[in-house]
Design a protein around this ligand. Sequence first.
Ligand code: HEM
Length: 981
Amino acid sequence: MTNIVTNVISSTYIFLRQTPRVMKTNICWLLVGALLLVSGCAGEPGDLIACAKVAWKGLRKVADERTERFQGKVQEDTARCRGSEKAVAVRANPWTDWQNYWATGDGGTKGPESFWRFKHLNPNGRGIDGALLDIEYQRIELLKFNLFDNGGTYKDYVLGRKGIDGGALKVWSEMRLPKSDPQFQAVGGDGTQLCQGELIRFRTVSGICNDLRNPLMGSSGQLFARNVPFEVTFPDLGKNDLAQNRHGDRLGLLKPDPQVISRKLFTRGQTAPDKCRDGHGMPGYSADAECDYKNAPFFNVLAAFWIQFMTHDWFSHLEEGHNSAEMTSVGCAAQMISGVEKPLAPDEIAKLGCRPADKIDKSFIAEDSEPPTFSHKGKTHLTRSYKTTRNTVTAWWDASQLYGYNETSRRRVKRDPKNPAKLLLVPASQRAGNGERLGYLPLFESSDPMNPQWAGQEATAFPDNWTIGMSFYHNVFAREHNLFVDEFRKRAAAKPDEDSGLRNPARPDAVIRNKEVSADELFEAARLVVSAEIAKIHTIEWTPQLLYDEPLYLGLNSNWHGLFRGHPLVEAAMEKVVVNKFGKSTDAKKAGQWYSVFATGPGIFGLGNKVYKDDAIFAKYDPKKTDIWSLKNPDHVNGGINHFGSPFNFPEEFVTVYRLHPLVPDLVEYREWDKDPNVIRNKIPVVETFRGRATEAMRQQGLANWALSMGRQRVGLLTLQNHPRFLQNLELPRLGTATGKIDVAALDIIRDRERGVPRFNEFRRQYGLKQLRSFDDFVDQRLVKDSPERKEQERLVKILREIYGKHKCDASKVITAAQKNNDGTPINDCLGHPNGSTVDNIEDVDTVVGWLAEFPRPHGFAISETQFQVFILNASRRLYSDRFFTSSFRPEFYTHLGVEWVINNGPDGEMKEKQRSNGRDVEVSPLKRVLLRTIPELKPELDQVVNAFDPWARDRGEYYSLEWKARKGAEPDAAFKRGKP
Ligand code: HEM
């Protein structure tokens, strides 16, 4: 019942969003009546009146102009209806309002229940639905205002082509394969290009032919896109009045000094430096070592390495572990004293601990000539950013870090000569544990194509920045690949003549029976399965734990499963609307924004993977109807994707918000599964597992012990003064510099400057978030005055001010075209302060520094709301654009077993968790299932775990608790003795 109500309300929202004004008003009246009737005895009367007013006004319209967009801030009545006075009280601050609504935090944020328990009308329902609605508005407007392709298609996006709106375009000549590509002829050469045959069967190594009609899209070496207008990139070049007005002459590659920023704002403070020794711990890996770090109680170290593992799949700027041949200095030269830049004296350098002699290799730049321009409606537009860079790996979520992204990396992937459908895994220990017999990845051999610094590591496609975390996931998913192959062959042996599901597009009508599936076919099907499992783990397990609250749990699950899971008729109807009505529209509005809204219904995964002759909306679940999806029809194979008018690749801004180095602790609290797991036996420095030493450590201690250790330990909080010490002092001899070291934290700043990422305040405005007016806005106003937490934030704000400085403002200087002041006037250099007053240089704050300094965050957010905004857009897009996650999620590609494996999280059917989580029954989560298969000796430990990224020994409590409290049986665990950070 509750679910049906959920669906009714969700459909009402969706319906309202596309209903003409008159009808909408009538529906709103109905809602007002229902609301007052049903919620009559719950909550404050003032809240209900506010709700009635909100319902009367109807839903806000999607902005026509960039400057009118929703900024996560709602009207006073809306805030009151969804969160009562506490939500109203903080409306003036720049942070999104939804985080203050009812039930968006832990149990303490829940409001009173109404007597009907009609959950969408009681305070908690209003809070959660309101939050989801705010986030959906953001997604629609992000899709509408934040897509900027660097590859030459932007002019068409603005002007449209042959009567089709730019936002509804689906094919681009820029996405044709060039003559130099070995597959040029195969896709049609100079004529119309269309991928077919072998090229469409599986994920290709270079990533071509995911989209049949845009073969080049997402393949290795394509340009990074942007999420901000090109004119806003590279602010330090001062290319236009707005950039000059915003920053004056205050910016440069080394201005403010990146190493000084790193040492003052990023260094982890230590209570016992002798026990940390810059992340090297104590001799013999003694458990007495101590490297303090601020940690997040609801997220574990496995989660930190998971996201590094993901980024290696999605993007890289480096080629074979190198940047360009040219070297450059990286600061430790000057600091601001009372607003004036002064050279650092030797004693100041010693005190800071930075290194003036450090140098790094410069970033590759693809194109830096003056960008061509075009005019539209009296405005001149750039066709690309001032400089462009390449994504050297495939942009697809295709597990390219495991399987390869070009010919060189593919040669590093070793297949089992005895059974080439499998990856080569070798025995590496005599340890106990059933998982051990599954083996470990083999090491690189001297004949493998590789950078000398990777010698001694496990052989894999993406071997850079290897530590125990990378070794862990590469071994786990290699085992998973092989388990899929084994299961397939086992079933094939039992039923050799059964249809495998696979088809060859060259002979689409010929059934491929189980016994006929070749090693190559099975290898590639296993890759598809592993990639889809990874995408699923990321979407419904990692991210809901990263953003640990109810609205995000619902939102992310709807991205994957849809809102209507368990209600197939509604789901089928919604899918028809999405794929047939909006997906095929030539109107940008329908193709884009409504598509996004409606896709929330059936979910993005699997969109368009069924086709019915008569288009009848309930056909999908009518056994009399026949699914006519055909491998012969490119419109079926490709039919579920949507690029929203702009070819898919990650934007440079996405890389910025994934610079998550503070997640990594300096020391891993090492435990052993077959002794007492509550005992921390050693503290092993992560840096002692750098490169080949990771492989040694993996083989010595084994996957199960590392899983247990990283599964129980808390991750580092993404905040200021919390970067790992070892990353500030990382040895990189390949650079051949005087120091032989780099400061990765300083590099995070320099790389963004080299690649022209706008600075934090403009970044927020461009993404549809409110700007900050001074550094003080970073302080969380919800904290009690003089509380230690607030004082700490104020202390850090002082350092920000010291580093970035202040200036006398000039109100005649307009600084942005992204937004306007509330009264409609342009935003100027004074940011609302009187003309001529001294204001903070808040506009200059580097984006990474800014999001780390965001102390006010939604409940359970391990990241900031600015990072989240970037994810809302790009996390959805990488599902929407990939046919293997939409219309080609079919047995013809995955095999029948593969489809079942992805849907059920493995070969043994759907499994339910014994314990409830946050008030609901849940499935056994996908990574937990993978770990149970690949490291079965962990079963007793994993039996207690609901989400593999929540510290394994933590008591999850009732409703999104963030408490650091031991679960039953783990009370003696030393990690809990130290209490809260
Ligand atoms: C302990 C392990 C890690 C090491 C040793 C490491 C090392 C490095 C180094 C040396 C770079 C600089 C490359 C360059 O621009 O020259 C880098 C970049 C980066 N790292 Fe890490 N990192 C680690 C963990 C992580 C984690 C946990 C994340 C989380 C997502 C992460 C995300 C990134 C990103 C996004 C970049 C930029 C990549 C690019 O420019 O294409 N790293 N890392």
